[in-house]
Design a protein around this ligand. Sequence first.
Ligand code: NCD
Ligand code: ZN
Ligand code: ZN
Length: 340
Amino acid sequence: MNNLTLIQPDDWHLHVRTGAVLNTVIAHTAQQFARAIIMPNLKPPVTTVEMALVYRTEILQALPQGSAFQPLMTLYLTNQTTLEEVQKVAESEHVYGFKLYPAGATTNSDAGVSNLTALYPVLEAMQKYDVPLLIHGEVTNAECDIFDREAVFVEQTLSELVKNFPDLRIVLEHVTTEEAVQFVESTGKNIAATITPQHLLYNRNAILAGGIRPHYYCLPILKREKHRLALVKAATSGNPKFFLGTDSAPHLTHTKENACGCAGCYSAYGAIELYAEAFEQVNALDKLEGFASFFGADFYKLPRNTKTITLEKNAWTVPLSYDGITPLKANETLAWKMLL
Ligand code: NCD
Ligand code: ZN
Ligand code: ZN
């Protein structure tokens, strides 16, 4: 197969930041995707509908002229989130959910939630208004091994949450383990998960083999090969509970090539090509369209896109840098290229 045409995909987990970086990265996303769920972990975090609308306007202004790309906004859940804010989200046509960052779990999560039980009234309201909860699913206690943080979160926190709020729509973001996949597979229709390209393409050796390679460092951290295989199986299974979310998370190169480097991989420049690479490795290109273009829209109760994009088998070398951001697979070859 040398050509692959799909309904235009959406990215259900994306960081675009603000200012100069936003200008660089939004053009990449808008070239490929019709819509994207925009993560709210700015400094300060996006905690109100009002702030989300200001951020949305900044994103729209940064888009290349004529782009029809639609940013789907989210709010950052904090210990102070009010019931009124949940209602405002339910009534908003631009805000699509709340993001739960356990305090200390990842980039800009210090304003995150420290006591989930105290937030139960807020979650109750989200369940009532059918507002989705998007979760960075890792425990944060310092004693927990970094490679176990997701599995422990699933076992201890998520299973409890799902029991207490059986109708709450939940997206377990960027799943990285067999345990998370099994949990999502075995729970109700209202529980889904996004999967990133880096977790489909790499295991944890990528970060450490031959030297420390900071551009493969993201959170949740890459896991063992058996987990990568479980993710590939889930993504290519045709199960609508698993859909595309790049977690493209740009950081300037010097902040990653650093004694204390930031977590996040930049993939928006060639996201659909990276996924095509992963799906082709297991001869599952026929499953890419459901994963990339249908299942996320269905979960968020949005119409599927109608335009198409075409990928061509035409190897190209990924640049070393995009305006100071080192991309995933920098200076390596990608087999597929989207036609512009
Ligand atoms: C993300 C970021 O940089 O904003 N980083 C990451 O490693 N995934 C935050 C997140 O999604 O956890
Ligand atoms: Zn995260
Ligand atoms: Zn993220």
